[in-house]
Design a protein around this ligand. Structure first.
Ligand SMILES: *Cc1c(COP(=O)(O)O)cnc(C)c1O
Length: 206
């Protein structure tokens, strides 16, 4: 089933697939890798710690809210941190990366619809944060990330348009937007990195 699901995603070649593996077993993840997945996304440090030693062959992205006390582990475990939702967090990542002589690629998480329930930097503050983070030596900003509001796929379009406009002004490399519900719309609006879990593995059981 995982094989067919990946084949049926229909993601264009210029769009990077981050296969979201939270709650999935190492066996399931290995199947996805066998069928072409090259990059996975996790949102909890403890899950990453358990699974990553068994998955040396894939690129690993942090996509969840990161507590300050977990940053030290995160910079050791991950190849990219997508969910950088405050200047304070960027600073801590810089400090912990410097300690292990690493330059950590990051994305700035934007709260595109200004939702109280979501983390992230407001659209209006994004440039200010980018400029400050560019001063840090041990993090490298490579793009922007967002989660659209939880609405019907077609209704996410204005938010993705807004993100694309902001992204184009930055000249950065990656625009990470689109999940199972809305990745097709996100790609139409210019996403070049999608984070998809359910459409690959089925519904998550927590
Ligand atoms: C879980 C998660 C996803 C994937 O969600 P699906 O609906 O399963 O595709 C994408 N991005 C983030 C930040 C997530 O936490």
């Amino acid at each position: 089933m995982i094989k067919e699901n990946i084949a049926n995603l229909g993601i264009p070649k210029n769009v990077k697939l981050v296969c979201v593996t939270k709650t999935r077993s190492v066996e399931e993840i290995k199947q996805a890798i066998e069928y072409g997945v090259k990059c996975i996304g996790e949102n909890r440090i403890h899950e990453a710690k358990e699974k990553f030693p068994l998955l040396p062959e894939v690129e690993k992205h942090m996509i969840g809210n990161l507590q300050k006390n977990k940053v030290k582990s995160a910079v050791e475990l991950f190849d990219m941190i997508q969910s950088v939702n405050s200047l304070k967090l960027a600073k801590e990542i810089d400090k912990r990366s410097a300690a292990i002589e690493k330059v950590m690629p990051i994305l700035i998480e934007v709260n595109v619809a200004d939702e109280e329930s979501k983390q992230g930097i407001t659209v209006d503050n994004t440039w200010k944060v980018i400029k400050e983070v560019l001063e840090f030596q041990n993090v490298k900003i490579e793009g922007l990330m967002c989660m659209a509001p939880w609405v019907k796929a077609e209704e996410t379009r204005p938010y993705f348009k807004k993100m694309k406009e902001l992204f184009d002004s930055t000249k950065l490399k990656w625009l990470s937007m689109g999940m199972t519900n809305d990745y097709k719309v996100a790609i139409e609006e210019g996403s070049n990195m999608v984070r998809v879990g359910t459409a690959i593995f089925g519904e998550r059981k927590y």
